[in-house]
Design a protein around this ligand. Structure first.
Ligand code: MN
Ligand code: MN
Length: 466
């Protein structure tokens, strides 16, 4: 190439490199180690409740006090056991706004129905209803674990966590053998091959020893549950039991550059924003890391991004800074606040490159992804971030040496999806989507690059400090 062309190209054309080409050996080591911490977190924490518990105890250890104490500059607030927020008060007046990173800690899964246990051909089974967008066939023929709670009529709460300890028993959805699936499955569309009502878990096969009775296996399973947990069939009505893959997260690839595991959408942003707020001291603006529930079913209800929890958190920050919080003050703080909506995007899959448009799609290992808009069918259902805010954020990332790329959730007419950003933006908060890209999103084994994971942490830390 001629020298002039080369220098013009360097000046004018945006060129991206894999993060691995940018890192020094020392940085590479740090990135891989950070990935190991995330892998352990993913193996340990598989539901929104478990995430809240994990965050609560780690926040306490790192000097965040529970909101009711009303003393320190660092506090946390829990909303109905499935969403949580951490905050550090800044040195500037609160009227200059709050820096917010919001992510969701629920993931697609199966939930047990309120009357789950039944018997068919001398097998005990659990009925489920799937939560969020899953490809149903991915959930058959794999080991599954049960996580959640059962609350008896007297209010006693029983925690359930079976299947993730290597000695535990597991549950599974038996699939049809390929020898006999011609009419029942193979001729159907993939989305219809497995029906929702057929996502039933094998739960036992030894009958209760009384030949005269019916449904003896169901009775025998209930007896085991009664002896172990003291529960009766009706107690499933007041329960939340989630069925999730019973596998630990693992490193992926010879170079161990990727992490595979369940629940990365969106606990990857939960983990990185939690570690980011724990990594900053004495910020100028007050900061808030918000972790919400129910994103996968449309951000509905009392614990989602559309709930009043964000308002309660901002009110708490104002009253700690200025003793009283009025409606005017709250509105002013919202209007001067800024937020990153931490959620995952789709990375180009080597086998299915055609669903994304290459120049605007995210690539694994190219850093954290800034997503101006998500949505589907003509940007329907998205917060389309402003040019002003994107200018500010890319400047901030470049100043802080964050490796970043842009992303788009699919080709124009291909499909799409949403995040919580539109619900945060409606308060008047400048908001943009920002998080890593995954392969196999919503599957039982999602994959991220450890480089993108680390750059997401760096991005959130830089933003919360700004
Ligand atoms: Mn998500
Ligand atoms: Mn999702």
């Amino acid at each position: 190439m001629k020298k002039k062309t080369k220098s013009l190209k360097k000046k004018l054309i945006r060129e991206l490199k894999p993060a691995w080409d940018i890192y020094t050996d020392k940085e590479k080591k740090k990135v891989l180690e950070y990935g190991n911490g995330f892998r352990n977190f993913l193996s340990l924490v598989k539901t929104e409740r478990e995430t809240v518990e994990w965050m609560r105890s780690n926040a306490e250890r790192n000097g965040f006090e529970v909101d009711s104490k009303k003393k320190g500059k660092k506090f946390y607030k829990v909303n109905q056991n499935t969403s949580i927020a951490l905050s550090i008060l800044g040195s500037k007046p609160v009227s200059e706004g709050v820096r917010i990173v919001v992510s969701h800690i629920d993931s697609p899964r199966l939930d047990l129905k309120p009357n789950p246990l039944y018997e068919e051909i001398e097998l005990a089974l659990f009925r489920t209803h799937y939560y969020g967008g899953i490809k149903k066939y991915q959930w058959t023929a794999i080991p599954l674990s049960l996580h959640g709670i059962i609350i008896k009529e007297n209010g006693k709460k029983i925690k359930i966590n079976i299947g993730d300890n290597p000695e535990d028993t597991v549950f599974t959805i038996a699939d049809l053998l390929p020898h006999l699936y011609r009419k029942t499955q193979s001729q159907k569309k993939i989305s219809e091959a497995i029906e929702g009502e057929k996502l039933t878990l094998l739960a036992g096969s030894i009958p209760f020893p009384d030949n005269e009775e019916k449904e003896r296996v169901k009775l025998a399973v209930m007896e085991i549950l009664y002896n172990k947990y003291g529960i009766k069939e009706a107690d499933f009505i007041s329960a939340e039991i989630e069925v999730v893959p019973a596998m630990p997260a693992r490193d992926v690839g010879f170079d161990r550059s990727m992490v595979g595991g369940y629940g990365q959408d969106d606990r990857i942003c939960g983990y990185t924003s939690f570690s980011a707020i724990n990594a900053i001291k004495n910020p100028e603006h007050s900061t808030l890391a918000l972790f919400v529930d129910k994103e996968e079913i449309g951000s509905v209800g009392a614990t989602s991004a559309q709930s009043q929890f964000l308002v309660d958190c901002i009110r708490e920050i104002i009253s700690r800074k200025e003793k009283t919080s009025t409606f005017d003050k709250i509105r002013n703080v919202f209007n001067s606040s800024k937020a990153l909506s931490g959620d995952v995007n789709a990375a180009i899959n080597p086998n299915y490159q055609n669903v994304l448009e290459e120049k605007n799609a995210a690539k694994l290992g190219y850093g954290v992804v800034l997503t101006k808009y998500t949505g589907a069918g003509g940007k329907y259902g998205t917060n389309d971030a402003s040019a002003e805010f994107l200018s500010e954020i890319r400047g901030l990332f470049n100043k802080n040496k964050v490796i970043w790329q842009t992303g788009e959730l699919g080709k124009v007419d291909e499909g799409g999806g949403g995040t919580v950003s539109q619900y945060i933006a409606q308060y008047g908060i400048e908001t943009v989507d920002c998080g890593p890209a995954l392969l196999g999103m919503h599957s039982p084994f999602e994959i991220c690059s450890k480089a993108d994971l680390y750059e997401t942490f760096k991005a959130y830390r830089a933003f919360l400090k700004s």
